[in-house]
Design a protein around this ligand. Sequence first.
Ligand code: NAD
Length: 381
Amino acid sequence: MEYMEQFEKIIKEQTARVEAMKNDGGFIDYQALDTIKIGIIGGDGIGPAITKHAYKVLASLLEDEVKKGKVEFRIIDGLTIENRSAVQKAIPDDVLEEIKDCHVLLKGPTTTPRAGDKWGNVESANVAMRKALDLFANVRPVSIPEKGIDWTFFRENTECLYALGSQGVNINDDLAIDFRVITTPGTERIARLAFEYARANGKKRVTIVTKANIVKKTDGKFLNICKEVAKDYPEIEVDDWYIDIMTAKLVDEKRRNQFQVLILPNLYGDILTDEAAEFQGGVGTAGSSNIGKKYAMFEAVHGSAPRMVEEGRDKYADPCSVIRAGAMLLSHIGYQEQADKLYKALEECTVTEKKLVITGREDGATGDEFADYILSKITEA
Ligand code: NAD
């Protein structure tokens, strides 16, 4: 009867989680803070090389705010695989303290060891950070103006099949059962974030993606709660789709342009955002944000590219993805004007003007040169 105990334990933990969520207050108002502390985390591999460029760009855009004391940058060096491996922790305690002392973070990629390599079995720093800072929303914009695509995905990050992925039970040799959790406050907060985003950005439609016709309890709850939240946003049109047909519609050129903001439980969100990112293509084109009520973390979508460092090519790594993540950060903390300037400069440098090109090798521009190119466009504007 071990599995009955396991099930009971899960129910107790999740009930406590629901209560904690109900009492965790509202979203932080960054502009109401005396000083907004922005942590810059280099991470591993090419991370420090590209993140330093993003820092330079942000520091330039926020120069006046720093002078006024409204914004403060904190450099956090310790989130490296060497340090994490030495203490066998996903985030060493002292580094977590530094992180928690910031309000918002710009993070370079971090290496997650594979079974059998020299770092031991250290858990992913990203997963640990999402848990420690309760970053419940993974927000990913996918924009391809020439194809009329402008999607923003709101993937729930703390529930669904993944939250209990390691807590399933083998009832006997023939029978294995996993658990999936969806909660009312967990769904409410992601839905509200998505609708608020839609309202603030003039989006006309929000699409809820589930498989509620089959997975009746959990997806049923997710869909119902999203629809409840939608009532507070009468100017926004709401539709709901099943994940299977939604996956097909994203490749349907006649239909896909109708989607704008999409809300999804964790697993469907994971799959659909990977599919969507594939249309966009190129490591320099996307940023990703992980948002909670108290903290938010912004990062590149690519990894730490260890081979580039081994081959001495880190200076040729493309900094655009982490710089774009920086633009998302600016917008999140209330500096929309600066964010727009940066988006425009990125568009000019990577699409319309393209005076420099990054190839990841000697025949292309260095990250340093490219960051200066972006900065020159900002000052020119
Ligand atoms: P990767 O993204 O690091 O590399 C994939 C390919 O893209 C490689 O050929 C690499 O050289 C190239 N590339 C990546 N970023 C680039 C850039 N900015 N400029 C030019 N070329 C670039 O993926 P991977 O090899 O699967 O993962 C390497 C490590 O990164 C792993 O330890 C993985 O766990 C980690 N990772 C971290 C994150 C994160 O922190 N968010 C995300 C993905 C992977």
